[in-house]
Design a protein around this ligand. Structure first.
Ligand code: AMP
Length: 546
């Protein structure tokens, strides 16, 4: 017997029409590449998105075709989010931090047809355009007054001219909710990047889950500033979430340094922000050097990489900003877990509370997770046993675009490549990555723990811990450290700093000081490169190899 409820598909366009009808006056504030701060209501956002959908039709974009973007966080990018997906095409957000060779490869692989880009990325587009095969139309996301005289890009169109030529009547099609809506490529630290193709259904369900109180906890009273770029897993879904709850959205454009962000937080009364730890390091340094305050910021969402405990303390104890530590992946749309304390944890002594918050958090409803041993057996939730983290749920990838890499699932579960433990309260803690673990004498050593300790040392700007080959123990931890400018930190001082903080046998065997740790396109440390460079360091030091 079937239930007798309406069968309305879950569509991205419904987020926009909801925002227009119920939060029409709410604002999207954008600091633009042109240098101004632009404000428009959700009502105007919806009208411009419909104009843009008409423009896509005149450009000949067909259902299912990929429309690519190279853009910062801003209102025009948001209009593309809704117009492209809402009209039945697929939004492909390209990551401008990638090398032109990689971008060309990805755009060809995705078979992108049209590329919308911002002026900042003109040199990148000029490098890619002569080589990329499928892109037939380029659109510069600006107005006529800011169009450059000559670009070398044939038949370049102007975004605002395109919109001005259309009217704002457009009926969003009633698509099948399983229709593809957007596409992101994984950062590709191993092998070629792979495409993750989201659907309307997966996106709307992910949005519903992510706004809930034990997840990102967003409401119409919030002013949300996603520092996380709209080209990195859809800015963690915040452009959708803001429309769902009617929150004001502040989009920071190209300037993500501490000073620019702090000014925007203060000027716009931002209450919630979201980004990777590297960004917060810059912001905290600026605030502390200049003795500034956060007058409206209440919460910040930290994810993409582990939030160091020192950062948790700085935000919460010195600035009164609550940290929400979250974990996710491109393959998870991205949200998997959020570190919201349970009721009985609120009264824990502060150190214990911080220790819980430093974990990656609990599964949000819709994400099921488990940790498994090498033979695939499930490990107990005791906060100790650590193994590969496996997940499943309706916004988790089932296969990569064009079937690349074969079937990624194991018995219906997606292996994350992260190594984690889960405690009795369901808090997951990443201890390492399966491609990046240190196994010393048959025992795991968590490289992230060692990095967190090193990074808490006042002389350390950045630290990476890698598995170095060792004659006796197979692998031992090796620290690669970039000192803060002016710091004179020595190997002995740094290793002494670990004393008492970890089991003695976890202490790194050596420290290599470098000028800078290599970072990938999404700001993560390129540990694979470090391993290639320093993997034999301990063997060389012991005279085992030359
Ligand atoms: P990406 O698909 O580029 O977002 O990368 C996902 C990967 O980033 C995960 O598999 C983790 O290895 C890492 N990651 C994401 N969030 C966290 C976090 N809060 N703590 C530690 N690692 C994280």
């Amino acid at each position: 017997m079937h239930g007798q409820m309406m069968q309305l598909p879950l569509l991205i366009s419904s987020l926009l029409t909801h925002a227009e009808r119920h939060h029409g006056e709410q604002l999207v504030v954008s600091r633009r590449v042109e240098g101004d701060v632009h404000r428009q209501s959700f009502r105007a956002l919806a009208a411009r998105s419909r104009r843009l959908a008409n423009a896509l039709t005149t450009l000949g974009v067909q259902a299912g075709e990929r429309v690519a973007t190279l853009a910062w966080n801003g209102h025009r990018h948001m209009e593309l989010y809704y117009a492209v997906s809402g009209s039945g095409a697929v939004l492909h957000t390209l990551n401008p931090r990638l090398h032109p060779d990689q971008l060309t490869w990805i755009a060809d692989h995705a078979e992108d047809q049209v590329l919308f880009f911002e002026a900042s990325f003109l040199p990148l587009v000029q490098a890619v355009a002569p080589r990329v095969k499928t892109i037939r139309q380029y659109v510069l996301m600006t107005d006529r007054a800011h169009m450059p005289a000559s670009t070398g890009i044939p038949n370049l169109l102007c975004f605002e001219d395109l919109l001005a030529a259309q009217d704002d009547h457009f009926e969003w099609p009633l698509l099948d909710e399983n229709t593809a809506s957007s596409l992101c490529y994984t950062s590709g630290t191993t092998g070629n990047p792979k495409g993750v193709l989201y659907s309307h259904r997966s996106t709307v369900l992910h949005t519903l889950a992510s706004v809930s109180p034990d997840a990102l906890n967003l409401s119409s009273r919030d002013v949300v500033l996603p520092v996380v770029p709209m080209f990195h897993v859809n800015a963690w879904g915040l452009p959708y979430a803001a429309c769902m709850v009617g929150a004001r959205l502040v989009l920071p454009g190209p300037h993500l340094d501490g000073k620019s962000l702090h000014e925007l937080f203060e000027a716009e009364g931002v209450t919630v922000s979201a980004g990777v730890p590297t960004v917060w390091q810059g912001l905290l340094a600026h605030v502390e050097t200049n003795d500034l305050k956060f007058s409206s910021m209440r919460r910040t969402i930290v994810g993409g990489a582990a939030c160091p405990p020192a950062m948790l303390r700085a935000f919460q104890e010195r600035h009164g900003v609550q940290v929400l530590h979250a974990w996710g992946m491109t393959e998870l749309s991205p949200l998997g877990t959020a570190g919201v304390l349970k009721g009985h944890q609120l009264n824990l002594p502060e150190d214990q509370r911080l220790a819980v918050q430093a974990k990656q958090g609990r599964a949000v409803f819709g994400v099921d997770m488990k940790v498994v041993a090498e033979d695939g057996t499930e490990l107990p939730w005791n906060g100790q046993a650590s193994g590969e983290l496996m997940v499943r749920g309706p916004w988790i990838v089932s296969q990569y675009l064009k079937g690349e890499g074969g079937d990624p699932l194991v018995d219906g579960w997606f292996p994350t490549g992260d190594v984690a433990s889960i405690d009795a309260d369901g808090f997951m803690q990443i201890t390492d990555r399966s491609k990046d673990v240190i196994k010393s004498g048959g025992e795991w050593i968590g490289s992230i723990d060692l990095e967190n300790i090193a990074m808490a040392h006042p002389g350390v700007a950045m630290a990476a811990c890698i598995a170095a080959k060792h004659a006796k123990w197979d692998e031992r931890p090796l620290l690669i450290v970039a000192r803060k400018p002016g710091a004179t930190l020595t190997r002995e001082e740094l290793l002494g700093f670990f004393e008492g903080k970890i089991a003695k046998w976890w202490t790194p065997d050596d420290v290599v000081f470098v000028d800078a740790i290599p970072l990938g396109a999404t700001g993560k440390m390129l540990k694979m490169r470090l391993r290639e460079q320093y993997g034999n360091h301990l063997l060389q030091a012991a005279g085992e190899v030359t």
